[in-house]
Design a binder for this molecule. Structure first.
Ligand SMILES: [Zn+2]
Ligand SMILES: [Zn+2]
Ligand SMILES: [Zn+2]
Length: 183
């Protein structure tokens, strides 16, 4: 008798899902939040609800859209910026430019050679004439404004714009899944 009631409730549960145009599932580090809070409305385990929703996607009754966003593990903000850091002094004041070596031994960014409307060595003050003759173009690299280091690979760091927390090179992502009613 009890079992029958339970089955009946389950069938009713399914239909309640379709009372909503869309259901949002937020997955933060494997902790699931539903909006509307369908798991508590239906009194069902959140993982079980996910598999039900996914099965409804397979039967084309719901559409599933997923976006992943980096989030701050301190304040939960998703307002995150990517920084390029100097591998020597960890400064974020770095810029990308073409690196040129002059025959006098000076090595620097193209910007440093720019003089009025031509290129001139900032060390020996001679004008740059022929590539591979009096100067060599080394390629595009990064230069640190703070310690002058020239490097190819910056350190990647993610930083929270809301609280300033450093999230490192591979921060955690929040998953936002939308289940949208097909009809
Ligand atoms: Zn020079
Ligand atoms: Zn530096
Ligand atoms: Zn934060």
């Amino acid at each position: 008798m009890y079992r029958k009631t339970n089955e009946h409730t389950e069938i009713k549960d399914y239909s309640r899902i379709f009372e909503y145009d869309h259901i949002t599932l937020i997955d933060i580090d494997n902790i699931l939040f539903f909006d509307p809070p369908l798991d508590s409305i239906l009194k069902i385990d959140s993982r079980k609800l996910v598999s039900k929703l996914d099965s409804l996607v397979l039967s084309n009754l719901l559409k599933r859209e997923e976006v992943q966003k980096i989030y701050c593990n301190n304040c939960l903000s998703t307002d995150i910026r990517k920084e390029f850091l100097c591998p020597r002094c960890k400064s974020s004041r770095v810029y990308k430019d073409i690196i040129i070596i002059h025959m006098c031994g000076y090595r620097g960014t193209r910007k440093a050679y720019q003089y009025i409307n031509y290129l001139r060595c900032p060390k020996c003050k001679k004008e740059l004439r022929r590539e591979n003759d009096d100067y060599v173009v080394e390629g595009v690299k990064y230069k640190c404004i703070d310690c002058s280091k020239i490097f190819e690979e910056p350190i990647i760091n993610y930083k929270c714009n809301s609280c300033g927390n450093n999230l490192g090179e591979s921060p955690k992502k929040i998953k936002i899944i939308k289940y949208i009613r097909s009809l």
